[in-house]
Design a protein around this ligand. Structure first.
Ligand code: AMP
Length: 446
């Protein structure tokens, strides 16, 4: 199968040739003809499978071949994404695909001045990539009209809900013409997403190119158990031992990112960090430098790293496990993209055992454990498996004291784990369980 047989027009084929895309990926093979035929789509695809081209190519073709010329402040196709970085990335891909077409494309997101965006929108845009918050700001300030809108794409829809964008999505939805094509893309599909799909899509074609919630099998995954306080030391040890050249590291919190970057820089290691507290320009610069191999270690929170496409990234390290198990799939999806192989290593301490168990249950696999000599944890990480169980081993009965005093408490025969430590999270819940269009206040902005 070729892109030509999917029905794509010559200007797009030329762009693909320039980019070196030879064969459509499975998601592209299914999505392109369906979108060209005007169908609504509900697509579950693994990260890194080429889903951006899957929706962008047919969308650009429809914009080029059909419909009226765009008028002032109007937009004909809208791609909603959860984060600023993803907005830039998707727009960059769109720009490359559309190189030979007379279409205007643009990206808007928060964290930067709104005025240049308003100016740019004045003459109308054929395809706009946007984060929900800034899109609504622009709409409310009359910088945007949706009367010409023919297609809406929700990219990483699950993440938009995780980030608390459901209220914004509901407001955007109200402002859009009812007659339109809607494409919903999501790496993972929760019940909330299915509900959202039910409300927004019209007789959608379902595309599922890989089993639900399974991480890319091109990524070799393993964990190293370690005590929490020794994680930085273990990271540096593994880095030197494995001669790591380019590593994307995920930490749970902004403070965690800063602390690790500071520690690495203090050791003379070329590291930088990105998280939601940093200005957009700083985040983008750190990312660009990492992509250009000018920075060796990029430490990030989930929100900042969502959806990033870094060519040939060999290794992802989970310095902390993610709170939401589905984020594990997104994180490791940063490596092993577009058919190349990758590696994902997680440093796991005892109080992350429930997070580990949730990940194994979601990905239906027991992650291989590798012990690192000299780093064996004092607080043992209980065994886990893909059934979601934390396997507790009986504590060895204490030897009766020679004196036969028998004063102390005994644990004879009781199933407790010797190394068990209270988990950091009270319990591991799947994403959120709230009605899609009636959720509480937004949790955080990307
Ligand atoms: P995505 O899943 O959309 O983020 O795409 C992942 C990576 O695969 C990006 O770097 C794309 O440029 C690349 N890609 C997408 N489709 C193809 C294709 N058909 N052939 C080669 N590379 C592709």
């Amino acid at each position: 199968m070729t892109f030509a047989t999917l029905g794509l027009i010559e200007p797009l084929l030329r762009s693909l040739e320039k980019l070196g895309y030879q064969t459509p990926t499975p998601v592209q093979a299914q999505a392109v003809p369906a979108v060209l035929a005007g169908r609504d789509l509900m697509a579950a695809a693994q990260t890194g499978t080429g889903k951006t081209a899957g929706f962008a190519l047919p969308l650009l073709q429809l914009l080029a071949m059909e419909g009226p010329k765009v008028t002032a402040n109007s937009v004909r196709a809208l791609i909603l994404v959860p984060t600023r970085e993803l907005a830039e990335q998707v727009h960059e891909a769109v720009r490359q695909y559309a190189e030979n077409l007379p279409l205007r494309t643009y990206a808007v997101y928060g964290g930067v001045s709104i005025n240049p965006q308003m100016m740019k929108l004045r003459s109308g845009v054929d395809l706009l990539v946007a984060t929900p918050g800034r899109l609504l700001d622009l709409f409310r300030q009359n910088a945007l009209k949706f009367n010409q809108l023919q297609t809406l794409v929700l990219d990483e829809a699950d993440r938009m809900l995780d980030l608390g964008f459901s209220e914004e999505l509901a407001n955007i939805y109200k402002a859009l013409p009812k007659k339109r094509q809607t494409l919903l893309f999501s790496a993972t599909f929760s019940d909330d997403i299915r509900l959202l799909a039910g409300q927004m899509l019209n007789d959608p074609l379902s595309i599922e190119v890989s089993p639900r919630n399974v991480a890319a099998n091109t990524v070799k995954q393993w964990i190293v158990t370690v005590d929490k306080k020794r994680k930085p030391e273990l990271f540096v040890h593994l880095m030197r031992k494995g001669k790591w050249k380019q590593v994307l590291v995920f930490a749970k919190t902004r403070n965690g990112v800063d602390a690790l970057v500071e520690k690495l820089q203090g050791l003379g290691i070329n590291a930088d960090g990105i998280h939601g507290d940093k200005p957009q320009a700083t985040r983008q610069r750190a990312l660009d430098r990492f992509k250009a191999s000018e920075v060796q270690i990029l430490v990030a929170t989930d929100v900042a790293a969502r959806g990033l496409d870094i060519e040939d990234l060999p290794l992802v390290v989970n310095f902390d496990l993610p709170i939401v198990a589905e984020d594990y799939i997104h994180r490791i999806g940063r490596t092993g993209r577009a058919g190349s192989t990758g590696e994902a290593i997680s440093l796991v301490c005892a109080d992350e055992v429930n997070l580990l168990s949730a990940i194994e249950m979601l990905t239906r696999q027991t992650l291989k454990r590798q012990n690192e000599p000299d780093f064996e944890p004092e607080h043992r990480v209980p065994d886990t498996d893909a059934s979601g169980q934390v396997i507790k081993k009986p504590k060895k009965p204490k030897k009766p004291k020679a004196s036969g005093g028998g004063g102390g408490k005994r644990n004879l025969g009781k199933w407790v784990d010797s190394g068990e430590v209270a988990p950091a999270e009270p319990s591991i819940k799947p994403v959120r369980k709230v009605p899609v269009f009636n959720t509480g206040p937004r949790k955080r902005k990307p």
